[in-house]
Structures are given as structure tokens and as C-alpha cells.
Design a protein around this ligand. Structure first.
Ligand code: MEV
Length: 317
């Protein structure tokens, strides 16, 4: 018996952190994904072989969280190892790093591989639900934005609510991005907790910032639908400023953001939990994408060239 499944990496274009409090976020799957392969294992347990390429130290750092995550997935799927166990191998072309959806992609890929292996025929909604439980292992109370992008693909408007609001945003054309990796492993739980603490202490200041973040989401949605990438870029820059104000950026992130802007990116901001991890630059056209990626690499950082709006069939939409 064998099973296989994939989960997309993701880039949050607007409103990480704010999304935890019900402010809409815009997130996209990227053209890189994790693949999980399940096969039988003689010992009654889940054995993991994590063969993903990763930022040095990432896998070691996340090991305990990963164990909790896998246990959550097993529990949610009611998998019983009273007979034989299962071996899961993680691979694929998504680099395991902070801010790129590595944890969500691995949860989604694993849930799909196990669903396939045990012939459960789970729907995408069910996979998303299981991956959300897995994500709790990595960051306590996730909003659900990462696993949603990783499961469904495409470009998504996401609002955390009693029942999450999940809407596809259609792009007129696929659009290139560059993601720059600071090489710093970041702890999303700590980043989210820090925002909560500061928000409680400075409620007036944070209220204003959160209101603007909400406005930006609506403006960005319209600009994306119209294919007005200059406007999208401007709004990304402003969103980065708000993220700086809630203190989740870092000097490496700010540096990579300024390199990308200096080399012509339409906009650039941190992406994901912040305090390290990755930034995203909007670089429509292969030429601009190449230029910005080269500039980041010349500064000694890793750059990933990909597109936003990747659907499950691999098309950009
Ligand atoms: C992490 O990729 C995104 C955060 O907004 C946390 C979450 O939404 O769960 C920082």
C-alpha cells in the first residue's frame, strides 16, 4: 500500500498578524510544494523521514513542534496503529524555512498522503481541517490562513470568523514574485504573543494601525482584481510599515525589503510571522524578477523566484 499528497508553500501578501484578530488577509499559494509519501512500516507508529531541503537548523529547531503536530494529525484522523504502522517521507521543492508556509505545507501534504494511504477519500475541506489541527503544533492558535492557502492553492481572501470566510481572488495574469530568506529561523508563537501583549498595552495606537490594515485589505483586493500591480506594490509597502509598527519586522527583513525596492520591485514587505524568515517582493515580469533576485543573492541571501496564484492543477489564476 502507498499514499501520496502535496501541500503548497504560501506567501501572505497582506495582513499577517492582523488576521489573527479577524482582519482580512490576502494570501497566495506559491509554485513550490511539499510532497508526502506514505508506505507501510512494521512497527505500529508513524515514522517520519524528513528529506526536505531546509534553512540550516530549521528542522532541528522545529522537531518538538513537529512531533506535536503529527500527533494532532493522527488524532484528528482517528488513525489506529494497532495493526501495522506507516512511514511518511517528506520531500518536494519547497524549502523548509520560516515565513514560506513550510509547516502548513507539510501538514497538508501529510494529511493528503495518509488519506490516500488509508483510502479515506477526504475532501479538501476535511484536509484543511486536519492540517489546521497539525498547525496548532507549530503555533498554538493559528488563524488558519496558512493551511487554507496550502490546501486550496490560488490567491485567497481569508477572514477568520466562526466559519472562516474564504474567497478566491482571480488575477487577470499570473504575476512573478521574489521571496528573500533572512536565514533566521523565527518562532511564530512568540511573534504572535508579542503582538498580543503590546496591543493590550497600547490599545489606542494599535486600534489605528489595525483599522488601516483593514482598509488596505479592501484596496488591495480591488487592485489585484484590476491587475493594477503598481497600486498593489504601494499597498504592500504600506502594509510593511504597519508590520514594523507592531514590531514584527527585523533588521534583516528591513534590509532585504529595501534592496528589493531599490532594484525596482513594485512593493516589498515581510511575509509570515516575521522576526526573521522571509520577505516578499512583487516583481511583475521575468526580467524584473531576475534583477531583484540577483540583487538579494549578491547581498548573500537566498532568493526564491516563483509566482502567486497557483492552483492545484498547477495553473496560475
Ligand atoms: C503566520 O504565517 C501568519 C500569522 O498571521 C499567524 C497566523 O495567522 O496564524 C503570523
Amino acid at each position: 500500500m502507498k499514499g501520496e499528497g502535496i501541500g503548497f508553500g504560501k506567501a501572505i501578501l497582506f495582513n499577517e498578524h492582523f488576521v489573527v484578530y479577524g482582519i482580512p488577509a490576502i494570501v497566495s499559494a506559491i509554485g513550490k510544494y511539499t510532497v508526502a509519501k506514505a508506505s507501510s512500516f512494521e512497527v505500529p507508529e508513524l515514522k517520519l523521514n524528513d528529506n526536505r531541503d531546509a534553512t540550516p537548523g530549521y528542522k532541528e529547531d522545529k522537531l518538538e513542534q513537529q512531533k506535536t503536530s503529527i500527533n494532532n494529525i493522527i488524532k484528528r484522523m482517528n488513525i489506529d496503529f494497532s495493526g501495522e504502522g506507516v512511514e511518511v517521507e517528506l520531500g518536494g521543492n519547497l524549502y523548509a524555512a520560516s515565513g514560506i508556509g513550510a509547516s502548513a505545507a507539510s501538514c497538508v501534504a501529510m494529511a493528503r498522503a495518509l488519506s490516500d494511504y488509508y483510502a479515506l477519500d477526504l475532501s479538501d475541506d476535511e484536509i484543511n481541517d486536519i492540517a489546521y489541527e497539525g498547525e496548532k503544533g507549530y503555533h498554538g492558535t493559528p488563524s488558519g490562513v496558512d493551511n487554507t492557502a496550502s490546501t486550496f492553492g490560488g490567491l485567497i481572501w481569508f477572514e477568520k470568523a466562526e466559519t472562516n470566510i474564504i474567497e478566491k481572488i482571480s488575477l487577470p495574469n499570473p504575476v512573478e514574485i521574489v521571496m528573500g530568506n533572512t536565514g533566521k529561523i523565527a518562532d511564530t508563537t512568540a511573534a504572535v504573543a508579542g503582538v498580543r501583549e503590546r496591543k493590550e498595552k497600547n490599545s489606542d495606537k494599535y486600534k489605528k494601525i489595525f483599522n488601516r490594515a483593514e482598509n488596505i485589505a479592501y484596496l488591495a483586493k480591488r487592485a489585484l482584481q484590476e491587475g493594477d500591480y503598481r497600486e498593489v506594490g504601494k499597498l504592500m509597502n504600506e502594509n510593511h510599515k504597519l508590520l514594523q509598527q507592531i514590531e514584527v519586522s527585523s533588521k534583516e527583513l528591513d534590509f532585504l525589503v529595501s534592496v528589493a525596492r531599490n532594484y525596482g520591485a513594485f512593493g516589498a514587505k515581510l511575509t509570515g510571522g516575521g522576526l526573521g524568515g522571509n520577505m516578499i517582493a512583487l516583481t511583475p515580469g521575468k526580467e524584473l524578477q531576475e534583477e531583484v533576485a540577483n540583487a538579494i543573492e549578491k547581498e548573500g541571501f537566498q532568493a526564491l523566484k516563483t509566482v502567486i496564484g497557483v492552483s492545484r492543477s498547477g495553473d496560475s489564476q
